[in-house]
Each structure stands twice: as C-alpha cells, then as structure tokens.
Design a protein around this ligand. Sequence first.
Ligand code: DX5
Ligand code: ZN
Length: 221
Amino acid sequence: MSRTIIAPSVLSADFSKLGDEVETIVRAGADWIHLDVMDGHFVPNITFGPPVIKAIRNRTDKVFDCHLMITPADPYLAAFADAGCDVITVHAEAGPHLDRSLQAIRNLGKKAGVSLNPSTPESVIEYVLDRLDLVLLMTVNPGFGGQAFIPSVVEKVKRVKAMIGDRPIDIEIDGGVTPETAPLVAAAGANVLVAGSAVFKGGSEASYRANIEAIRTASDG
Ligand code: DX5
Ligand code: ZN
C-alpha cells in the first residue's frame, strides 16, 4: 500500500505569517498544502481567495489542494487555476451542474475534485467518475476547523472506494483527522488526509513535525 498523503490545512495556521507557515509545514513533512476557501454563503465562515493563494504560491512547489466551499464556483475556477492551485475541488451541493464544473477544471489543466458533505450520499458521483481525479469526503460539516469527526462517514469511504474500482482517483478525508481517527479512514480506503488543528497545534516546526508524524504512523503503521 502506498504511503498516505498528509495535507495540512492552513486554516489552522497563523494567518499573520501565512507564507512562513507554509514553508515551516513543508519542512515539517507536509505532502500537500490544503487551502480552505469559504464564502460566508455556502458555509458560515469567510477565509481567503485567489490573491492570497497567489501570494504564497512561491513559498513551495508542493501540490496546492484547493477546497472550494463557495457557491457559485464556476465563475471563479479560472482565477483559482491562475493563482496556482493544482487540485481544485468543488462541492457537489454547491451547484446544479457538477459535470460542467469538473469539465471546466480539467479544461484549465488542473486536477478535478468533488467534495461531499457528511449527509450527502455517494451516489451523486456515480455518473461523473470518469471526470474525477479526487473525491473529498467531509468528516465534519464544512466551515470551521477543530470540529469532531463524524464516524458514519467511514462507511461512505468504503462505498466510494468500491465505486471507484481501479480508476486513479484519490480519496481524501477532511475534518477531525487525528492520530485516533486517521487509521479508521485509512483502513477504509482513504489515501489523502487533511488535518488542520491536529497538525498546527504547538505552533513550532518541531511540534508540526511530531504532529504530522503521529498521523502518518497511525495511518501507515
Ligand atoms: C473545514 C475545512 C477543513 C478544516 C479541517 O470546513 O474544510 O479543511 O480546516 O480542520 P480540522 O482538521 O481542525 O478538523
Ligand atoms: Zn478543507
């Protein structure tokens, strides 16, 4: 089994020194950088958009994994691609034309992801599987870091894994990932784990490294 990809969410970083935080978390072992974009409309919180992403793009060449919690998403896809996102994920619940959104992301030369809220059934991806590079299963209701993991999603991970079959699609988990919950979703088939509060706690490179290592060891054994 290949090594789990750890994608720290900068939502839990110190925004007053975001570029430095990105460099530090990469030195501490991050594989991808997870970017939570919130619009105060699709989710009850507001974060940042393309200019901020563009400003930190030159701090690392790691994958920028952009999680769009915005509606509508389609008018902004090109701006996020231009800002330097490598993976662009839209929510299935955020618009009526998921197939169109996924095509638009791939036409921009980026990897296309779909995210499902905890209550959304996996059947919504059935007819877009061949347009997908990543499925992001939310294990909290999106909007805030530091919430408790919703265990019912573990079953959904298994179902999505079965639906995907041998297609090269990543299964990513987002929300409440800790050394305790990571093994549950890794065993169910997830290969990318987002973690915010569990990774950025401690506020120093040494603690970030230990936090990432604890999740990695728990997932990969
Ligand atoms: C929640 C975001 C997550 C969040 C995870 O809406 O999508 O990426 O930052 O934070 P933790 O790991 O603290 O649950
Ligand atoms: Zn996220």
